[in-house]
Design a protein around this ligand. Sequence first.
Ligand code: ADP
Length: 623
Amino acid sequence: MSVDTLEFKAELKQLLHLITHSLYSEREIFLRELVSNASDAIHKIRHGSIDKDELLEGDRDWKIKIVPDADAKTLTISDNGVGMSRDDVVDQLGTIAKSGTKAFLAAIRVTKQADTPGLIGQFGVGFYSAFMVADTVTVRTRPAGGPHLGTTWKSDGQGTFTVEDAPKATRGTDVVLHLKEDAREFLDPYRLQQLVRKFSDFVEHPIVMDETEEKDGVKTTKEVTINNRKAVWLRSKSEVTQEEYAEFYKSISHDTEPPAKTLHFAVEGKTEFKALVFIPAHRPFTMDWEEPKGGLKLYAQRVLIMDRCEEVLPPYLRFVTGVVDAADLPLNVSRELLQRNPLLETIRKNVIRNILSGLEAMKNTEYEKYVAFHKGLGSVLKEGLARDWSNRDKIADLLLFESANTEPGTYITLADYVAKMPEGQSQIHYLTGETAAQLRNSPYLEAFKAKGQDVLLLTDPIDEFAIPQYGEYKGKPLQAADRGDLKEVGGEIPQETTDRFAALLTALKATLPEVADVRLTKRLVDSAACLVADAGGMTANLERLMKKFGEAAADSKRVLELNPDHATVAALRELFESNPSDPRIESGARLLLDQAVIAEGSKIADPAGFAKRINELLAASLR
Ligand code: ADP
């Protein structure tokens, strides 16, 4: 086949434009990205080909070689990994833009390009970081199967690339960077060694460079391995510095900040494994993607066998990154077989326990840090309340809440709440809504406040599902403040009051067909009316959420509750008694309903009618 010139996919063009036209402070990360691709490529052919010597053409000397060429001004990163076929090259390096590319471009817009290199790694567009330092990149590659399968890819990153068949003697990939004039520092062997130690020291395959020695006028060249290959997680805790942990964390998570918490532990006995896991300081950008980065890498004696092992990390802990290295896992089995290995279940339990107690320790000893973590990731952790039956009490103890009694921006735990429950309170009250500020002014809090009882203010969408599923904390039921009746807090309404209002309530029910019922309440102190869900019904917040997520929740009818001690409600009753057909009764009833709708944070159905009624009232009172 001849030389083909092809266009980069549109998103990739944009990405390349950004990469080639901006100035970066941390562009040296290109080396980490290319070494990491090389290491992945070796992993792909190594794992699962133990007995396929033929396929490997006898070459099992796994390594990544870095070759600076001062005369040609090139830097080459070579590997003897899987390599790529011509079709692979076209797909992988030019025409298929992965989900990461678009998200990367969006994130750059949000962060105003402040941290482009850091983001490149996070978004899985690592190869293209080569264009930060090179004005032309040539990739020579071939899969196992003979020299005739080779392909050469070339581009200046300006919108097109070329591919041509080009025989290659050995399996694997060479990425040749024709360095930009201002990037010649990357020809310096010392600089390169320094970078490898910084970013890729623990890469499991040797990273080598040629070293030339001159002795008695004779030059000899030998290959030296520059990475220590010391798996950080296998070293003892006392040997590893915080900086080493942080570098390792950054390289596996692509986060630019150090982790909030590092957990390094070993389990001995029947199941032996070592684990090094990190809790991020903030919500990772990539967390909610289809193919999120991070997760737990599963190793068997330093050999990577699974990159994101979901079997050992439940979804509600998906913000964790790290490594688990188990001594007794079989190296060469399929994912399906591995998934059924009982060892994984033991590891999983252990890892979860360590992460949860690590979080507990952080909450108790590094509270500020914990609050920052919880702000970004508390909502993810909460998923565990509903999903991890055996750990849900531990998870519940890790949650922080604003409440009616806390200052805005300060938090309490469920344990704090229970400790402060006054005599006679048997339930934990909560109110869900969009913001704590809005909830603080809610009429639903009035009766609780009057009784000295606190109410948790919940604003994560997940609360609507997770809290009711959890059900109770230490024997205390969790009860929505805007649901059901409130005998415990408000007390019973005297029979005499009920009798006095009975006729009015019946009339109002007929006037307001949009509510399920109209009844008296002890829930309110200062307000005249509010809407509540029936005991098993949907709260207003849940209904709003379902609409937002496109679920066609049929508007569930709510109950309009009136405060019999409120002057407006009392006046309405008197008016009704003197003339049941006075038109002001309907108008008054509608205004009570509308103010209750506004108070629960929803939209009123007929804003024009509302304005008209308010104006009639205003006109009358201003006259
Ligand atoms: P990522 O590595 O996150 O998938 P990249 O943009 O760095 O993203 O690489 C894109 C793809 O190109 C890789 O997924 C891989 O299929 C292929 N690739 C890159 N470098 C190599 C290499 N050295 N050997 C084999 N394939 C490679």
